[in-house]
Design a protein around this ligand. Structure first.
Ligand SMILES: Nc1ncnc2c1ncn2[C@@H]1O[C@H](COP(=O)(O)OP(=O)(O)O)[C@@H](O)[C@H]1O
Ligand SMILES: Cc1cn([C@H]2C[C@H](O)[C@@H](COP(=O)(O)O)O2)c(=O)[nH]c1=O
Ligand SMILES: [Zn+2]
Length: 192
């Protein structure tokens, strides 16, 4: 039975790197894959999955309007797919996560989703909440805080490195705008 996987972590933990390695494993065995990433994440140009260690690949774009099941079904009809890999899964809608479940159950294709669990205020993203509820397999990708504990939280900072407590949930950025911290140091920074 094909499974829905959710690989989650804080930022800068190696999610994109792991996704690209998995994609390479399929492709070197001659298997077809389909890659997806969020349209709104334009850090490296639209439609590219890039890891901070330098690997990259082209990807299809999703936004809340895209019927991901329909797009995958069309592609699978043309060229049978062995795996679907999706980055920035926190930006999926709940409906799209159900669609990805249907890709596993009705098309028989495994789906590997990668994303951050919570936002800069420690709240679940919609896509991550749905995946935590619906995925067959949950795997945490771990990275460390400066103190050596596991970094599970994402602190948003301004251009001067000062913590930001309020704002919109979505703000695209990388190491310049976010720092992965353990919960203890996240709370200390948020309290000021
Ligand atoms: N030049 C580099 N050489 C080796 N590792 C690096 C380099 N740059 C970044 N990294 C590591 O790569 C990881 C981030 O990878 P990435 O896949 O972009 O993360 P994510 O998708 O989770 O944000 C971090 O562990 C970081 O320390
Ligand atoms: C915490 C947090 C993150 N984001 C954005 C910032 C990045 O563009 C992505 C996560 O990138 P990753 O390196 O692939 O993990 O999410 C956001 O919009 N709001 C937040 O609170
Ligand atoms: Zn810490």
């Amino acid at each position: 039975m094909a499974k829905l996987y959710f690989y989650y972590s804080s930022m800068n933990a190696g999610k994109s790197t792991t996704l690209l390695q998995s994609d390479f494993n399929y492709r070197e065995r001659g298997m077809e894959t389909m890659l997806w990433t969020a349209a709104l994440d334009d850090r490296y140009g639209r439609g590219r999955i890039v890891s901070r260690i330098g690997l990259d690949a082209q990807a299809h774009l999703f936004d809340p309007q895209v019927d991901i099941f329909a797009a995958i079904a069309v592609q699978h009809e043309a060229t049978p797919l062995s795996c679907v890999l999706l980055d920035e899964a926190q930006f999926l809608t709940e409906a799209q996560v159900w669609q990805l479940g249907a890709v596993c159950d009705r098309l028989g294709i495994p789906v590997l989703c990668y994303g951050i669990r919570t936002d800069f205020q420690g709240q679940l993203f919609a896509g991550s909440a749905a995946l935590l509820g619906l995925a067959d397999t949950l795997t945490e990708i771990k990275t460390v805080c400066d103190c050596g504990r596991k970094a599970t939280m994402n602190l948003r900072v301004d251009a001067g490195g000062r913590p930001i407590q309020q704002g919109a949930q979505t703000q695209i950025g990388g190491n310049d705008r976010y720092v992965a911290l353990c919960r203890r140091h996240f709370v200390e920074q948020m309290r000021g």
